[in-house]
Design a protein around this ligand. Structure first.
Ligand SMILES: [Fe+2]
Length: 241
């Protein structure tokens, strides 16, 4: 199979689709990539598996037209983000703890949304400036979620997010105990997987709508709390003006 040609054709097809059709195609490709990575989809041969996975992974960033031209791993930044003060992190941590009781189960983890401090911080000018300097202008999507993986066996299978989290600013608030098991893994096309173990206070900013990613399962006694802010790249095909 000529992978490059098929990826180019999918990219061309994408440019002719409506926003809803493109979202559907993205969903199909992300399901394919996730299924192939997790072993739910099992083609007859190793070469077919590799070609199908590479096609899905390479096509996903191309669905966003020229907005992911330098797409490599999908990671924009990793580390202690300058836009969060120590006080910001402390208040997010407190709010995350307070919102645990109202978190709802979403597949294999718990999510709480609508928390006021998280929502307000997600709209801050300093985050917008930081992101704009790296990826061009962005719009907040008003999505700010607290995530909880605090029971054994929680995690999330390989997937690609919807455009509410095109660009995900994901910040670790707590990960106990010191001997940590669950980790975030990114699967960029035709490269080794990127294993990410964030320290509390560290952020990972990545194109969650383009790179397949997962969180491996927690073990007994493990607790993880994160906060996730969603942004959209302005000019994204299909984005609202
Ligand atoms: Fe995700």
């Amino acid at each position: 199979m000529e992978t490059t040609t098929l990826v180019d054709r999918l990219a061309r097809l994408s440019s002719e689709l409506t926003a809803a059709e493109r979202e559907n195609l993205k969903f199909l490709l992300s399901m394919a990539a996730g299924g192939l990575l997790s072993g739910h989809a099992r083609p007859d041969s190793e070469s077919l598996h590799r070609a199908a996975l590479t096609t899905a992974q390479r096509a996903l960033p191309r669905l966003h037209g020229e907005l992911r031209p330098a797409f490599d791993t999908g990671v924009v930044f990793r580390g202690r983000a300058p836009f969060f003060s120590t006080a910001d992190l402390a208040v997010l941590d407190r709010e995350s703890l307070a919102y645990r009781a109202r978190a709802a189960r979403f597949h294999d983890h718990y999510v709480a949304s609508g928390a006021p401090v998280a929502r307000e911080l997600a709209l801050s000018q300093s985050i917008s400036d930081f992101l704009t300097a790296r990826v061009g202008p962005v719009l907040p999507t008003y999505k700010a979620n607290y995530l909880y993986y605090d029971q054994p066996g929680l995690g999330i299978d390989p997937h690609v997010d919807k455009d509410e989290f095109s660009l995900n600013v994901l910040t670790m608030l707590e990960h106990r105990p010191a001997r940590r098991h669950s980790r975030l893994i990114l699967h960029p096309p035709e490269q080794d997987a990127v294993h990410v173990q964030l320290e509390p206070g560290e952020s990972l900013i990545f194109f969650a709508d383009s790179v397949t990613h997962e969180r491996t399962r927690t073990v007994e006694g493990e607790t993880i709390r994160l906060v996730s802010f969603g942004y959209r790249t302005i000019g994204s095909i299909g984005s609202t003006p």
